[in-house]
Design a binder for this molecule. Structure first.
Ligand code: ZN
Ligand code: ZN
Length: 131
């Protein structure tokens, strides 16, 4: 079991499987909501175990695609935990259990601030990933 929580512990969740994918988005919105590195989890492996009613949601406005939920007590960015899709982004920062998973890509590198140096060798994309 993989456990996760917000900064104050009001919101807690569990994953039955290590997410398959992890990526880092450098767009200004991800940076400002404090969730740049995201894991992509299958919804049937994810369960909120505490604090569902403490979670607030910031709705996506186009061109952005994902709604962003956060703990309404401490403000921790959680990802899109109320998604109805099969797979959704979950903030890697909230996962407490160490996992055998590495960042696989960087997207929106064109929006990255110059003070941030990318320190791994994952593929980089100016906008959304493409082959
Ligand atoms: Zn919290
Ligand atoms: Zn982003």
């Amino acid at each position: 079991m993989i456990n996760g929580s917000c900064g104050c512990g009001a919101v807690q969740f569990e994953l039955t499987k290590v997410p398959k994918m992890m990526g880092t988005c450098h767009c200004s919105r991800c940076r400002k909501v404090g969730a740049s590195t995201l894991t992509f989890v299958k919804s049937d492996t994810f369960q909120i175990t505490k604090g569902r009613d403490q979670i607030s949601t910031f709705k996506a406005v186009p061109p952005y695609k994902y709604d962003r939920s956060f703990c309404s007590v401490c403000g921790s960015a959680l990802g899109e935990v109320f998604s109805t899709e099969d797979t959704f982004p979950l903030s890697a920062n909230c996962i407490d259990t160490d996992m055998d998973l590495k960042n696989k890509f960087h997207e929106f590198v064109a929006e990255k601030p110059s003070w941030l140096e990318i320190g791994d060798s994952a593929k980089q994309f100016a906008e959304h990933p493409h082959e």
